[in-house]
Design a protein around this ligand. Structure first.
Ligand SMILES: Cc1cc2nc3c(=O)[nH]c(=O)nc-3n(C[C@H](O)[C@H](O)[C@H](O)COP(=O)(O)O)c2cc1C
Length: 111
């Protein structure tokens, strides 16, 4: 089983969330899973601009940054662990910005 862990804290090595995510991934490795760890803060992901291109074209976004390669990676894994710090009772802006860009997956699945 392939598991992708996505960290949505900007604090990298100092992050409590990163510590917990790495614990989850190392436990999964011990159970025989193949895991990968990615930090959203190291990627260039722009805001969704509501151009609606992805609503009309399957799996296409006109913004050429790191969002599409990450969405493509998500499709190639069996499970995803999103790990976000709590900022003002919500996920961090890093994760919300990425999730806004994930609309192309819903279009692809016929949503
Ligand atoms: C802008 C900001 C807003 C926060 N809002 C909350 C909150 O609403 N509730 C909470 O319990 N902690 C809040 N925190 C504290 C963080 O969630 C906490 O320090 C967490 O461990 C940070 O995660 P990290 O170590 O992975 O970066 C906030 C921290 C920051 C910087």
């Amino acid at each position: 089983m392939k598991i992708l862990g996505i960290l949505a804290s900007p604090r990298e090595e100092k992050s409590n969330t990163s510590y917990l995510l790495k614990k989850i991934l190392s436990s999964a490795e011990k159970e025989g899973c193949h895991t990968q760890y990615i930090e959203l803060c190291s990627l260039k992901i722009e805001f969704c601009r509501y151009c609606e291109f992805c609503h009309k074209n399957i799996m296409v976004c006109p913004i050429k940054d790191d969002a599409f390669p990450l969405l493509d990676k998500i499709l190639k894994n069996d499970a995803i662990v999103f790990a976000s710090s709590v900022y003002v009772n919500h996920i961090t802006g890093y994760l919300k910005t990425f999730l806004d860009r994930s609309s192309i997956l819903f279009t692809a699945s016929g949503f």
